[in-house]
Design a protein around this ligand. Sequence first.
Ligand code: FAD
Length: 386
Amino acid sequence: MKAKTMEGREIDLEQETLNGLKMRLQGPMFTPGDVGYDESRTVWNGMIDKRPAVVVRCLGTADVITCVQIAREHELLLCLKGGGHNIAGLATAADARLVHAGSDENTDLFWGLRGGGGNFGVVTGIDYVLHPVGPEVVGGVVAWPASAAPKVLELYRTLVEKAPPELTLTALMRPAPPAPWLPKDMHGKPIVALLACYSGKPEEGEKAVAPIKSFGNPIGDVLVRRPYTQMQSLLDATQPKGRRNYWKSEYLPRVEPSLCEKLIDHAAKIRSPHSSIGLMHIGGALNSLTDDHSPVGNRDAHYVLNLAGSWEQAGEDRANIEWAREAWHDIKSFSTGGTYINFLTEDEGPERTKAALGKGLQRLAEVKARWDPENVFRTNRNIKPV
Ligand SMILES: Cc1cc2nc3c(=O)[nH]c(=O)nc-3n(C[C@H](O)[C@H](O)[C@H](O)COP(=O)(O)OP(=O)(O)OC[C@H]3O[C@@H](n4cnc5c(N)ncnc54)[C@H](O)[C@@H]3O)c2cc1C
């Protein structure tokens, strides 16, 4: 069987090697033609169509170590898939040693893992602290026709500026999805919507979102008390696996009226019923930590803007990609200069990784040199070892 090396060469992988690998695994292994191969290799973004020689669904740390050992032995390009939800369809290679990283052990690795992407190893277990939320939150969506966009975006701007930490707000412009809470004659027509989630006490949340619910003449309102677990999956139906997606994204320090005008303009030029322009509010705790806390970077950002092209057919690629790129060129000057690493698409190069990781990049390159000097973990937002 043909397989790809880390350097991009094609080599023959012997059946004996594959048999040996299969024998050592607890989880299932798939090769092209096997039932389950396509399901295991595909990711959320239908634009990504990679065909690995072998896919292993690891069941436990021992499987991960086995895969890494075999890959290193044969110099194979080893990729990692978690949920497969990354827009760029990225995956990462790995090292064969099991280590612990925490605030008192391998602290440099621990620092790097919290924002440096899959550059240093395969994470096989995480201990973390949870914050209690719910069981009920106030959350959901209110929508208006696109003609209300100038006023709704102005409302959004003023609400975000005084929002307490419990309140998160997103403004969205897109063709109306065929959702049961929206009138049928509006389906496919351009709308503007505000998405809200208040994660504190529901009675306080109801007060916080009252100005949204009473604003103008909405065509739909499902901003209510609901279980947190329902809130988590509220938008799933609009984001199914397998559609083609191309995004352009920037961090913003503020939302200016002149930016809103441009966004309204570009929303009117959307080329597919599934595309959207989203303004996501990200202030609060993210802004209060110092730059050296973790390599996340861009702690001066207060919003993420996402120009999200989403469509069905490969024949529509060009029109939709052009829409996102044109809108992006037009709004780039409003950016902090930074961008969000999780929203980068496959074609974005090292300068965009730099924009995403900002000041932490130099230190990340030093951590990389210690933990992955051969750059085995390279199919990701790659940080070159120094
Ligand atoms: C519709 C949509 C909405 C989204 N909304 C948000 C959002 O609101 N906020 C946000 O932060 N992100 C968001 N994302 C981005 C998404 O959360 C990230 O891309 C995330 O990385 C996906 O996780 P995953 O497990 O599916 O990763 P994968 O796509 O499987 O992998 C992503 C990267 O992580 C690495 N990786 C995976 N597992 C491991 C592991 N065990 N150890 C080490 N490295 C690993 C991979 O090698 C790869 O480089 C959204 C994505 C989509 C498609």
